[in-house]
Design a protein around this ligand. Sequence first.
Ligand code: ATP
Length: 222
Amino acid sequence: MAVISAANAVKEYESGSKTLRALKGVDVSVDPGEFVAVVGPSGSGKSTLLNLLGMLDVPTEGAVTVAGERLSELSKRERTNLRRDTVGFVFQSFFLIPTLTARDNVTVPGLVHGDRSALQDRAETLLERVGLGDRLNHYPNELSGGQKQRVAVARSLVNEPDILLADEPTGNLDQDTSDQVLDVFGRIAAEDDVAIATVTHDPQVTEYADRVVELVNGRIES
Ligand SMILES: Nc1ncnc2c1ncn2[C@@H]1O[C@H](COP(=O)(O)OP(=O)(O)OP(=O)(O)O)[C@@H](O)[C@H]1O
């Protein structure tokens, strides 16, 4: 059963007196262990869709369901808690803290739960899994772009999310390092049963994703 889904999702943005319909009734769902890539031209609504799935925004019409909870039935605080407990995020620009080592960066989303030493151990295991076991004490400015993004992937997993959402995760990477990051996504989905959805312009993603969904002008092409 899908751990995350949008059903007939519509998203409108108001700017001045105009209404822009960015999503025009989108159905998409991702199962545990599945890696889905959303592709499409610039402005087709990819980030808008990802923001809905990540509970960063709510649909104007239609339903978004995350881990069995229907978004429209949750308060803002409940949404924030559900997001913290179930969703990991990866962004194009990594967003690592420059004054922290790779290992400490990975622990950051877990610090609200306490137990620093268990977190350090978990961070180490995650960094080893993404191929950075020899970079635990490196600072972000001592890492390549692909290594930084793999630190960000490890960080996104520290709270054991059911869902990992990635917005253009390879947008700042060259071909070889993009491949490494996409390969890590494929392995994590399969090994940890995490549902992964990424939006991307990267044509290489089709080689790694289980399913590719194309958005065109706010609708899914089938
Ligand atoms: N906050 C906002 N207010 C008004 N319009 C917005 C807002 N965010 C996005 N839009 C508009 O919604 C449409 C879809 O934008 P979105 O960012 O989802 O597209 P995208 O497919 O992710 O594009 P890109 O590949 O260029 O990042 C665009 O026409 C955009 O201008």
